[in-house]
Design a protein. Sequence first.
Length: 244
Amino acid sequence: MAELIPIEDEKAKLVLSYPRFDGKLYLRNIRALKEIGIDVLLSEGRVDIGKFKVVGKGCVGIVLLGILNGEKVAIKVLRSDANRTSLEGEGAILKLVNEAGIGPKLISVKDTVIVMEYIEGEFLPNWLRNEKNSEKIIKIIREILEQCYKLDVMGIDHGELSNPKEHIIVKNERVVIIDFETASLHRKCRNLSSIISYLFFNKENAEILKKIIKWDGEILLKLIKEYKSSFTAYLKILNEIEKF
């Protein structure tokens, strides 16, 4: 059972200012959490920071769990060595993608803290290896491609989808792209081309998908090149993948 820890408890200090303790950042994180309405954290997750368990650890923030209005939520707090001074930009992008039905639902963003829906599912690589239902796999792959296409059209490049081992969660029949900390509105968008490379040209993934989906690699590569200059090639890509 997860341990409930008040946000000002000594155990939470390292998590709320990681990896080096910074008193100013610690107080900013505490203030932001209180303003959002969170006063209790959960020591739960697969990553250990000292004696505290968290969900994940990125270059910009630490993702941990907490309680808001009686519900478990995911909380991202800024790291002390992050290359930015707040998480409000990431929160703004998450709000944008939410409007297209993408990403975990944003609950609140305040200075150095983002609070969002907690998605408890499987990361895509594990899900692909374990799932045996062909129809479900096809449905999930189609949804992943659709979400990546939407991001491209919106002009938002996720930045991590060429190797999305911990950036796509599958929960039941829902696909959730997470962690928009490196996302940008100013880069050329490569979401769809990146995820196609990962799914259909990564040896391990391709071996799994070839059992239920057929495609011509050379043609698919040409279509990806065409897509980069015109998003209208998206439907051609779907048509090339036989089962779609």
